[in-house]
Design a binder for this molecule. Structure first.
Ligand SMILES: CC(C)(COP(=O)(O)OP(=O)(O)OC[C@H]1O[C@@H](n2cnc3c(N)ncnc32)[C@H](O)[C@@H]1OP(=O)(O)O)[C@@H](O)C(=O)NCCC(=O)NCCS
Length: 180
């Protein structure tokens, strides 16, 4: 899949890209450690086989800006897969590319993929302090479910569940809501 608008391109990550994917994943875990369950140390300890396995098990989309990786997002079926639901994970846009709606493009890509797979819902968890991510998800049609869990490392934070429902969705709905 390739999605073009200006110099930003999106593509589905293949296992042979595991080194580029790893570099972006390690970058996000250093940049925003509170936004993810996995730590940089845990990811840095993974070998090639584990990276390839993760890429096969999760639908990852990568964004590039002038050919340079600047963002990614994953769709993960979960530990106890539910045919109706999938999970948005590992959402990241590098600081140099933020504020240009790359995040919206990535979320749209996984909403489209979820609909193609016949999923009715996308679930995610967002850290309570992460205002830019919450704004992005709300703009893209996600709503808080009311469920929350403790943050794995920061007692003052919590992970808040959000869900997006595919019913009536047309690609780009979230982006369309930006316009007045
Ligand atoms: C959350 C994130 C993916 C948003 O990506 P993005 O491409 O900047 O998204 P958008 O351009 O659609 O904008 C999202 C919001 O953040 C704001 N924003 C965040 N960082 C910004 C920056 N450096 N410059 C300008 N705006 C920024 C945008 O203005 C926008 O707010 P608005 O709705 O009030 O206009 C990105 O900030 C990020 O990767 N953060 C660190 C990792 C993370 O938190 N991941 C989510 C885990 S649940």
């Amino acid at each position: 899949m390739t999605d073009r608008a200006g110099e930003v391109e999106l593509h589905v990550v293949s296992p042979d890209e595991w080194e580029t994917h790893r570099a972006l994943r390690l970058e996000m875990l250093l940049d925003s450690p509170d936004a993810f369950w996995t730590t940089h140390a845990e990811a840095a300890a993974m070998d090639e086989a584990q990276w390839r396995e993760r890429i096969v098990g999760t639908f990852h989309v990568m964004a590039t800006l002038d050919g340079e990786p600047v963002g990614s997002v994953g769709l993960w079926p979960g530990r106890e897969p539910d045919p109706d639901e999938t999970n948005l994970i590992a959402m990241y846009v590098a600081p140099r590319a933020r504020g240009q709606r790359v995040g919206e493009r990535l979320v749209t890509a996984v909403q489209d993929a979820a609909v193609r797979e016949g999923r009715r819902r996308i679930h995610l968890e967002v850290t309570s302090s992460n205002a830019p991510a919450i704004r992005l998800y709300e703009r893209m049609g996600f709503v808080f479910t009311g469920a929350s869990s403790p943050h794995p490392r920061r007692a003052e934070l919590e992970e808040r569940a959000m869900v997006w429902t595919a019913l009536g969705y047309r690609s780009g709905d979230g982006r369309a809501k930006v316009a007045p």
